[in-house]
Design a protein around this ligand. Structure first.
Ligand code: ATP
Length: 354
């Protein structure tokens, strides 16, 4: 096993820069997820680590080796692709054994490794089938099996779950996480799905437009987003963001565009006199007879909880309530805000101030 380091890595396609100086340290055995919207450069970064794409500048290290110029086969990595890339004319067993056979491993050793990987992945009874005779989830497991048998220093995953339906995706998420807990192989995983990132990663790297916006443990990103981009990207339903300024006479009140005073627990001096964004996660609203009036726009009970869109502070705000709410669209309800969890962002730079 080995850690991975990206040191000021840059990549341009022609004159067009797509990776603009990226630094990431990945510890030995860590499960790191690169996440960000389409086009942010996460696949390019993974492909550079795999050796499938050249680096324009900077350094990539696996273990203590600089791998910038090493061909993929010498990097001791195994990659699982979105489309699985299975050989259709080969059985599951042969698909899994193929790379080992190519390396000239002894047949006994190959059988042993394929058997062990099949055991771990629950594929033992499917070894003689062809890919077309498998479900999507089973194909995904074969693709992982092919990576496992090679016992690489690093696993790379490029959106491995995006071809699966929602239910299977949730199940495979847990399987991949369990697999990592078992093998403890350093893993770099790319997805655009922040829920996948939140649920699986030891550490998340949030990317946007070729740069790293923030690196941290999932709940640290959730609780302490560095800026508006991370705050809006991590969390579902998304954080509510209201425009306004602090009340010049009361630093504990944020005045939204319609003049509603919203509570602020820990005002920062730097927030005074600036255009701000008030960041409020949906779960920090609660029903309270003494709270602020809000008009219900949409109400969506799921059984376990109720999600509502309400008009508050001149904006439409989403709330998630861990209870059944008796209200109709058009009705006015009263809501309290848990101000300890409110964030303030500088509207111009996007940086979090509180
Ligand atoms: P997605 O989630 O859509 O796969 P991504 O974050 O993985 O997006 P990349 O595939 O890394 O993004 O692409 C980053 C940028 O680089 C995009 O603007 C893309 O158009 C551009 N790009 C990628 N490959 C090439 C290429 N071979 N030639 C030119 N531009 C490319």
């Amino acid at each position: 096993m080995a850690g991975v380091d990206f040191v000021d890595v840059r990549k341009s396609f022609g004159a067009f820069p797509v990776i603009k100086g990226v630094n990431i340290e990945i510890e030995d055995g860590e499960f790191v997820i690169l996440v960000g919207p389409s086009g942010c450069g996460k696949s390019t970064l993974l492909r550079m680590l795999a050796g499938l794409e050249n680096i324009t500048a900077g350094e990539i290290r696996i273990g203590n080796r600089v791998v910038n110029r090493l061909p993929p086969k010498d990097r001791d990595i195994a990659m699982v692709f979105q489309n699985y890339a299975l050989y259709p004319h080969m059985t599951v067993r042969d698909n899994m054994a193929f790379s080992l056979m190519l390396k000239g491993s002894a047949k006994d050793d190959v059988d042993k490794r394929v058997g062990a990987a099949a055991d771990i992945l629950g594929l033992s009874r499917l070894l003689d089938r062809y890919p077309r005779q498998l479900s999507g989830g089973q194909r995904q497991r074969v693709a992982m099996g092919r990576a496992i048998v090679r016992d690489p220093q690093v696993f790379l995953f490029d959106e491995p779950l995006s071809n699966l339906d929602a239910k299977l995706r949730v199940a495979m998420r847990a399987e991949i996480k369990e697999l990592h807990q078992r093998l403890k192989t350093t893993t770099v995983y790319v997805t655009h799905d922040q829920i996948e990132a939140m649920t699986m990663a030891d550490k998340i790297v949030v990317m946007h437009d070729g740069i790293v916006e923030q690196i941290g443990a999932p709940l640290d990103l959730y609780d302490q987003p560095a800026n508006l981009f991370v705050a809006g990207f991590i969390g579902s339903p998304a954080m509510n963001m209201l425009n306004g300024r602090l009340d010049a006479n009361n630093p504990n009140a944020f005045l939204s565009v319609d003049g509603t005073a919203l509570p602020v627990a820990r005002p920062a001096a730097a927030a005074q006199g600036r255009n701000l964004i008030y960041g409020l996660r949906p779960e920090y609203l609660s029903l309270d007879p003494n709270g602020l009036p809000a008009e219900v726009v949409v109400i969506e009970p799921t059984g376990y909880e109720t999600q509502m869109i309400v008009k508050l502070g001149g904006a439409e705000v989403t709330g998630v309530f861990r209870e059944r709410v008796n209200a109709r669209p058009g009705e006015t309800i009263r809501l309290a805000i848990d101000s300890q969890h409110v964030h303030l962002f500088d509207a111009e730079s996007g940086r979090r101030l509180v």
